[in-house]
Design a protein around this ligand. Sequence first.
Ligand SMILES: [Zn+2]
Length: 130
Amino acid sequence: MRCDQNHAWWRYHPADSELAGIDLICPVDGTEAVTAGKLALADRVVLKLIPVAWDREGTIGFDDEHFIEISRRDGARSLRSARVFSFDEACRRLSWFKGLTWADAERRWERTGMRTPDALKMDSSAHEGG
Ligand SMILES: [Zn+2]
């Protein structure tokens, strides 16, 4: 969107929804947009870090354990790690998928063996930190 003072701003909207009134208001000066354009979203994998922390009567466990999950933008397909990782390690592993299309991310996921529980791995050389 762009106002008549030439400020430009962007909003994310799912393909099938209309822009709401507030989205059309310039965040700089509060005037209404005079032009609005639409850009198709590129095919990029969505990256999620899912906390595993549990709470038993105030006692918190697994506070630094996380699953990682990748999904297609429309949510129709997703993959979640069999293992849990520390926050830093989970972020590091998620970065392997940054900017990939869903198809490329799915292939890379398979190559990393992320979905295979360690107990099932035949390769005894597998170790932390990959
Ligand atoms: Zn403006």
